[in-house]
Design a protein. Structure first.
Length: 566
């Protein structure tokens, strides 16, 4: 049984277990509460709070998620008291002299982190805001100031916005939580970057990934476990196409969760993995569940809930549920719900996934054949304004207007409107990158397009205040350069045309020479019948022939020069 009390106004959850004490202090704040211009501020604050803790003889760490930031440790009761009090003291008086050092550490951490296929899903579903920010780099780090970090701590890391949990039957003696007053913060409402679902997009990953938003309930958790069994059996055991095939169920807020499924796919097996993956989803969406799978998953869940340490194991999740406003359930209530799940319940969840599904497929493949609409990678509007052609030529056009910026290339356009610009990055060389709330990005590079300084200033002044980030000079190799015009190989058609022109010029020229000779050799005095050859009409014909010959010669010379140039 999970007990509940409070420490200095902080909601506290307790459940005993044998061995070292585990404890955690969770706050209802994460990446989804930031903006793209402040992205990384919560993670930075977590690092600052833990810096003063030092190297203990106990295990401790911190984690910044989408909606919750967690400080946790395992050790003795004295370790718990010292650690949590030190964290709270640091949050009240952050070591801001470490600000730039911790920024460097976070950049190093990001550079060594591998990006998985799953991490791109939030961007495509939510865009460059809210829950979608976990897909982005921590762009805000360079511009964050000490005052902004201090204000973030005072706003979000408060006693009302925290939940403490401890694997003990009572609060460790002497524990005090020095946190400021505040309010419990609601989870941000989800945005959407998808005009319709189910949808798919392509990416350079050797994997197929699917996720869907479903209602939070026990049947959803059981469904994800059954889905994993189906994928593993079909793609790993029977087909031999994938090494890893799994699924997860992750609560997003009080009412909804995200079911995610993953299968890796080497290049020569991608067609088979995609087809098998879609077949498994379709099988479940028409209600074809194996009762044996449901029975197995239910048995495993029952065993976990009946375990002596199950209440203590559920403390971190219970703390998150309390922060997001999801009702607390006892182990007995969860057991009853697990036992009550039927194949019909799983079919309902499968139909929810069918309606909200998002599918990542490897580049070069599509999923329209399976009923998925292509997620928009381009904008459907273009701003009005000044148009710029590339310095090196080409079909692309840059448009800088009063409402935003567009890049147009044929039928495709990328547009970011100033009012919906999540972040504008500016470099001293004039380069600009604008990222819209929908995740669309537009680059403005004066080395590629001849944009004047006054237009760059216009862009800077038009984006929302606080969303313009001026960055230090880039490495010369990072500055785009115009692509040199690629010489085109002379075609057979142009060569043949040149030969035709030369032949035509020669024939007409020869006729003109013969005609001129006849006119000049005509003797109207001794041969009156040749008098007609010296009439004006004869000279008109000769002039026409000479004109045609000259035209063919000029045309041939032009073609020859073009062949030489290209």
């Amino acid at each position: 049984m999970i007990g509940e009390t409070e420490v200095d106004g902080v909601q506290t959850l307790l459940a005993p277990k044998s061995g070292p004490v585990a404890a955690g202090l969770a706050f209802r704040v994460g990446r989804a509460d930031e903006t793209l211009a402040t992205a990384g501020i919560t993670h930075l604050l977590e690092h600052l709070a833990l810096h003063g803790v030092g190297l203990g003889d106990y295990h401790h760490n911190g984690a910044t998620g989408s909606v919750v930031t967690h400080f946790h440790l395992r050790g003795s009761e004295d370790d718990v008291v010292k650690h949590l009090m030190a964290v709270c003291d640091a949050l009240a008086d952050l070591p801001l002299d470490r600000l730039e050092t911790e920024k460097d550490i976070l950049r190093t951490e990001a550079a060594t982190r591998k990006t998985g296929a799953n991490e791109s899903m939030p961007l495509w579903r939510y865009g460059a805001q809210g829950h979608g920010l976990v897909s982005f780099e921590e762009f805000g780090l360079p511009r964050l100031t000490a005052d902004e970090v201090r204000e973030w701590a005072a706003t979000w890391f408060t006693r009302q916005n925290a939940v403490l949990w401890v694997t003990a039957d009572q609060v460790p003696a002497g524990l005090r939580l020095n946190l400021p007053e505040g309010t419990r913060r609601p989870v941000p409402q989800p945005s959407s970057a998808l005009p319709t679902t189910p949808a798919y997009f392509t990416a350079h990953f050797n994997a197929v990934v699917f996720d869907a938003v479903v209602r939070r309930r026990t049947a959803g958790s059981v469904f994800s476990a059954v889905l994993e069994r189906e994928l593993y059996r079909s793609l790993r055991q029977e087909g031999g196409y994938s090494y890893t095939a799994n699924a997860s169920y992750d609560p997003r807020d009080a009412g909804f969760a995200v079911v995610t499924a993953f299968a890796d796919a080497v290049p020569d097996k991608q067609d088979a993995v995609l087809g098998g993956f879609v077949d498994v989803l379709a099988k479940l969406q028409v209600g074809r569940f194996e009762q044996a799978d449901l029975d197995s998953v239910r048995t495993q869940a029952e065993e976990a809930l009946r375990h002596d340490g199950s209440d203590a194991a559920r403390l971190p999740a219970a703390a998150v549920n309390a922060l997001v406003g999801h009702p607390h359930q006892t182990a007995a209530e969860l057991l009853d719900e697990v036992r009550a799940v039927t194949v019909d319940d799983l079919h309902e969840v499968a139909m929810e996934t069918a309606g909200s599904g998002l599918l990542l497929v490897p580049r070069g493949h599509d999923a329209e054949w399976a009923g998925y609409a292509l997620a928009p990678a381009f904008s459907d509007t273009v701003v009005d304004g000044l148009r710029y052609q590339p310095r090196a030529g080409g079909a692309a056009r840059l448009v800088v207007g009063a409402e935003g910026v567009s890049v147009v290339d044929g039928d495709h356009a990328l547009t970011v409107r100033y009012a919906e610009c999540a972040l504008a990055m500016a470099w001293p060389d004039g380069g600009r990158q604008l990222i819209g709330l929908d995740g669309i990005s537009v680059r403005v590079e004066p080395t590629v397009f001849p944009v004047k300084a006054d237009q760059l200033a216009r862009i800077d002044a038009s984006v929302p205040p606080g969303n313009l980030m001026r960055l230090p000079a880039r490495e010369p190799t990072a500055i785009p350069r115009p692509r040199p015009r690629t010489p085109a190989a002379p075609s057979r058609a142009s060569k043949a045309g040149l030969i035709v022109l030369i032949v035509l010029a020669s024939i007409v020229g020869l006729i003109a020479v013969l005609d001129a000779a006849v006119i000049l050799l005509a003797d109207p005095v001794n041969n009156p019948e040749n008098a007609a050859l010296r009439e004006p009409g004869s000279f008109t014909v000769l002039g026409f022939l000479l004109l045609v010959t000259a035209s063919f010669v000029i045309w041939a010379v032009h073609v020859a020069r073009m062949r030489k140039i290209t």
